[in-house]
Design a protein around this ligand. Sequence first.
Ligand code: UGA
Length: 430
Amino acid sequence: MDISIVGSGYVGLITAVGLASKGHNLVCIDVDKERVNSINRAEPPFFEEGLSEALRTHAGEEGNLRATLDYEEILGTQATFICVTTCSSSGKSADFRHVKQSTRTIGEVLRAKKDYHVVVTKSSVVPGTTEELVIPLLEETSQKSAGDGFGAGVNPEFLQESEALRCFLNSDRIVIGQFDRKSGDVMSDIYQDFAAPCLRMAIRTAEMIKFASNAFLATKISFINEVGNLCKQLGIDVYEVADGMGYDPRIGRSFLNAGIGFGGSCLPKDLEVLLHRFASLGESAPLLQGVMDVNTAQPLRLVELVRARLGDLKGKTLAVLGLAFKPGTDDLRNAPAVKIIRQLIQQGARVKAYDPRVMAKISEIFNGSLQCGQNVAETIAGSDAVLLLTEWDEFRDVTLYAGKTVIDGRRVLDPTEALRVCHSYEGVCW
Ligand code: UGA
């Protein structure tokens, strides 16, 4: 099928490449000229495992994927996915301006289209948005009626950064929220070569599945962090507890890794948006509010541990290893490390940081008030304590920390080994 994707960010480009690999013809539409050129040169505009190879296969003269600035190219396709960002520039809240803007432009283009066309919201939008905002805007700008002039739907994504392409091609389920049967048929045709079960439902149900899934994952993390905080007081290893719980298939072991909490552009933002939705309807959400509160406090617990070890932080030199919100990405949005560093600097510490992927961005954020290391050994040399904040594989060799005071926020090291090799070692909640 000929498919257009509006927005070539993370979700848009992975969707485009994934669908191209199933034989569809893709055109990626973006307002950023540099991004468009980079896709057409088969150069990924951001780092993601496997993306570079996939673009080399599908982009370029002979390939079935190309990028353009021209929205009119929608006319040559049968379906359009809206994949623009819904994240504010701070990464902390939702911002539907781009969804509105791109929907308007899509509608204006569709005014001239004779054949049936389906518009699919793939950006994460709060339940109700497609019916209350996207479809009315499309009707207004295209001067056609949904179900008659065009089809509509929602197809949320469940990609995890750092393994997005693998997640897309091996998804557990394909969720299709359909305006009507005809719209849903086009959407499920697009996914006919995928092995995953295709679940078809009402539009707002599909939107809710996305938010409820992210809220549940966030709940698991805050739950295990809260349990971990108690375990630490009682001398119990929360990772052993998680392993023991995880054998129960009703619970499952994944997303029970205790530490400094969840970051990124999705879990914190989606939780916040959902809490707003509760509030706007006069509903309280004490459980999800608690999930948020635990996550806000968790990184600061690590700062307290540093103070307990070193006393007043004024003039102390701290080595921070790991800045990205998780390994395998160069993404700093809502990264717990940023919050921790900000506190340490405020308390007068000298911070030297190293991350294999995000050094340029971090010096921008801290505007000279932080030193950047070149590698692990050079960063930790002469420091009063080492803080492990992202679980990159290159940080896992315990011999790097011989004689050092180490505080681990992500269970990077095996505690038994670390206690043997380091001067002192403890985890944020173990
Ligand atoms: C998350 C969801 O996992 C995806 O299913 C979803 O599609 C995506 O958001 C989205 O809405 O687009 P992502 O933001 O890439 O994916 O990151 P995760 O792998 O979920 O990790 C989020 C944060 O939780 C990270 O900071 C990670 O370190 C932390 N985490 C994760 C824990 O602290 N403990 C765990 O056990 C797992």
